[in-house]
Design a protein around this ligand. Structure first.
Ligand SMILES: O=P(O)(O)OC[C@@H](O)[C@@H](O)c1c[nH]c2ccccc12
Length: 261
């Protein structure tokens, strides 16, 4: 499966990063930073209504190159101006053509929280995310057992980072809950065959405890999708391709939201 391939390549990337900046040094740098962040991502999602997490993504394994022209900083600024609650920035280089530098530059230029969208398979990456200015890290349940998930959430917590814990079925949802996830994202994309079903978020919505924030991820394209997710009482939606393919992000966000934002 693609996820295993990506995880294996990520492991090599982290080994290389550790040779440049050792584990003890990345920890030191991250822990020297302010951890009293107030968890702005969770704060934003906890406000009433549905919130937009807008993704900066050049390419993906399922779609290939999405944006030939990729003015990532302009895109991030446009998202912020259009009323996004948060930004998601891909940093995985091989399959998504992401870069740590995109994340760093974006966090330095917007004031809304930014998610480091990557395949966290080592605590090192959580410390790294902090030094890049992220407010949130992605933890994918399919890559981490419950005990590891729990440990990573604690590491993030101590740094003042939120964790968006991604699940795609009931079993993973249970693991996320058991690990103490405060924000759970349901991926509507099946990573085995790349099919997308918004119904996956709606189906799993009822399984998340009341005190957990809920995000629907992937394949969100129309105002009708949003309206269904709103009805299901999701707190946030994570949208990439639909926004990346449209020249005017503000117009698309307004259309999706059925008026203004
Ligand atoms: O471009 P889309 O279909 O709107 O999806 C965005 C986001 O959900 C997707 O990029 C994503 C969801 N989970 C991930 C994990 C890793 C990388 C990417 C993702």
């Amino acid at each position: 499966m693609i996820l295993e391939k990506i995880a294996a390549d990520t492991k090599l990337r982290v080994e290389k990063a550790k040779r440049k900046v050792p584990y003890s040094e990345i920890c030191r740098r991250a822990m020297a930073m302010d951890a009293t962040t107030g968890f702005p991502f969770e704060k934003a999602l906890a406000e009433p209504g549905i919130h937009y997490i807008c993704e900066v993504k050049k390419a993906s394994p399922s779609k290939g190159v999405i944006a030939q022209d990729f003015p990532y900083l302009e895109i991030a600024r446009e998202y912020e101006k259009a009323g996004a609650a948060a930004i998601s920035c891909l940093t995985e280089p091989k399959y998504f053509q992401g870069k740590d530098a995109y994340l760093k530059e974006i966090t330095e230029n917007v004031s809304i929280p930014v998610l480091r969208k990557d395949f966290t398979i080592d605590e090192y990456m959580i410390y790294e995310a902090k030094t890049l200015g992220a407010s949130v890290v992605l933890l994918i349940c399919a890559l981490l057992d419950t005990a590891t998930l729990k440990r990573y959430i604690k590491v993030a917590d101590r740094l003042g980072l939120s964790a968006l814990v991604e699940v795609h079925d009931e079993e993973e949802m249970q693991s996320a809950i058991e690990a103490g996830a405060r924000v759970i994202g349901v991926n509507n994309r099946n990573l085995k065959d790349f099919t997308v079903d918004i119904g996956n978020s709606i189906r799993l919505r009822t399984l998340a405890p009341k005190n957990v924030l809920f995000v629907a991820e992937s394949g969100i394209k129309t105002a009708e999708d949003i309206s269904k997710l709103r009805e299901a009482k999701v707190n946030g939606v994570l949208i990439g391709e639909t926004l990346m393919r449209s020249p005017d992000k503000k117009v698309v966000l307004e259309e999706l939201n059925g008026g203004s934002l």
